[in-house]
Design a protein around this ligand. Structure first.
Ligand code: ASP
Ligand code: MG
Length: 477
């Protein structure tokens, strides 16, 4: 894989950051599988590993913390036993005797930390966001400690690295953003000497720390983001995201069994896809690597010989038009009318400010200026908060009937067709919608941005499967 220049004895090895998700480190066998992959690639590259918590562990930690804060000890003691059992099983099955002597005391220390946190939550009957971040990212500390112990048991050089020593973030606990300059300096200082010594660092995903050193997390599913942050900070040649699917697919295979793996997608297409149904990537993953044009691969740790999907700045695109279809099933469509009294800009400003206050993103937006009507879709789960906020903001206008009733249409699906090649290609929308028309599927609302990267439309949830299939067939994806 590495090209050694003729005559030069010391060619620089490529640097690859490899992230392994929760299912990829979900059991003793899977953790051995990860060690196989790392050992193989460490022969020709400098490798930095980033690991998620073992599958299910993050949810368990959050649940235990919540139960502890409700004042009951029984449930979190149960979680403690389960946590200890799962990690102990890995240590028993995968570590050499010498490594058990090193790693077991560290696991015990972390379990003690878990207990202290739970006792604190019980005592205070509350969880602060910063307390929750330390707690919810403990699983990454446990899995990273074990994975590097497994590598050492095989005679490889490896060290566990806590990402709080590398990734510097703001203090938006629960969904922190990295501060790139500081992160770059700290990451290089911590990881470069290890790589120079031939050590494989195994870094905890998901977590970072503020400038003051307080632990933060990057949002659920944030280990993908950890990997690209580290990749950018180290000027890595590539970032590989190891997961449990073969790559980015043309559609959800549960909806379209014929869905196919895409060999290449562009950064912009990947971002578009990650925001909706395609859960392959944390939405912020691509941002750190975009400017430096570092390629990101999606690979399957359960099927390592499959090449996967390469995400690059400009993807090779086959036949024009739609490349992939993604969808959100549980959405609602909200319509508000300013009537003749509240101007459209005022209506829009107040609605979007409400969404900002509630920290809710829209899935699609449409307007009809003549009628002074604004229509937008959000996740069903955000409805109650948004509705309450809008009713508060427009209370007086609604009382006087200035603003038309908040019309909520439930059970809506948003389907999004994505493809950079749609730009400037006439007739795509016609073909897509024609295929729906022939199936008798009614479109409730449509949106397409001027970037022509995606077309979003709302339909009844019950029509979703058939709609996705129809478009997939029409464009022979
Ligand atoms: N373990 C964290 C989560 O479940 C982060 C990750 O796996 O990416 O959200
Ligand atoms: Mg994930």
């Amino acid at each position: 894989m590495v090209k050694v220049k003729e005559g030069s004895s010391k060619s620089k090895k490529p640097l690859i950051v490899m992230k392994f998700g929760g299912t990829s480190v979900g059991s003793p066998e899977r953790m051995q599988g990860v060690a196989d992959i790392l050992a193989e690639h460490a022969q020709h590259a400098d490798v930095v590993a980033v690991v998620s918590a073992m599958g299910g562990v993050t949810n368990m930690l959050i649940r235990a913390a919540t139960q502890a804060s409700e004042g009951s000890e029984e449930p979190w003691k149960g979680s403690r036993a389960e946590l200890a059992r799962r990690h102990r099983e890995v240590a028993d099955q995968c570590l050499s005797a010498a490594e058990q002597a090193t790693v077991l005391p560290r696991l015990a220390e972390q379990m003690k930390h878990f207990e202290d946190l739970c006792s604190g939550f019980t005592l205070l009957r509350e969880i602060t966001p910063r307390g929750m971040d330390t707690m919810s990212s403990l699983g990454e500390v446990l899995s990273a400690t074990l994975e590097s112990g497994i590598l050492r048991s095989r005679g490889l050089k490896s060290e566990t690295v806590d990402a709080t020593d590398c990734i510097v973030t703001d203090d938006n606990f629960g969904n922190a953003s990295p501060l790139f300059e500081e992160t770059r300096a700290k990451t290089q200082e911590r990881l470069m000497p290890l790589l120079k010594d031939g050590v494989i660092p195994v870094v905890t995903g998901f977590r970072g720390a503020t400038r003051e050193g307080v632990c933060t997390t990057l949002g659920r599913g944030g280990s993908d983001f950890s990997a690209t942050i580290l990749g950018a900070a180290l000027d890595a040649d590539e970032v590989w995201i190891w997961t449990d699917v073969d790559g980015v697919l043309t559609a959800d295979p549960r909806l379209v069994p014929e869905a196919r793996i895409l060999p290449e997608v562009s950064y912009r297409e990947a971002i578009e896809l990650s925001y909706f149904g395609a859960k392959v990537l944390h939405p912020k993953t691509i941002l750190p690597v975009m400017e430096k044009k570092i390629p990101v691969w999606i690979k399957n740790s359960f099927n390592p010989s499959c090449p996967g999907t390469k995400i690059v700045s400009a993807a090779r695109n086959g036949h024009g038009g739609i490349k992939a279809i993604t969808s959100v099933k549980e959405a609602v469509l909200i319509t508000l009318s300013g009537r003749n009294t509240v101007s459209f800009p005022q209506l829009a400003a107040r609605v979007f400010n409400s969404l900002y206050i509630e920290n809710v993103s829209t899935l699609m937006v449409t307007q009809s200026s003549a009628d002074n009507v604004l229509c937008f879709a959000i996740h069903q789960a955000d409805l109650a908060r948004v509705k309450a906020e809008l009713e508060k903001v427009f209370e007086l206008e609604m009382l006087h009937d200035y603003v038309g009733v908040l019309d909520v249409m439930p059970k809506v699906a948003i389907v999004v067709t994505v493809g950079e090649n749609m730009k400037g290609t006439p007739g795509i929308t016609g073909r897509a919608f024609g295929s729906l028309g022939r199936k008798g599927i009614n479109i409730i609302a449509i949106a397409q941005g001027s970037s022509e990267l995606s077309i979003s439309f709302a339909i009844k949830s019950s029509d979703m499967k058939e709609a996705v299939k129809a478009i997939h067939e029409e464009f022979e994806l």
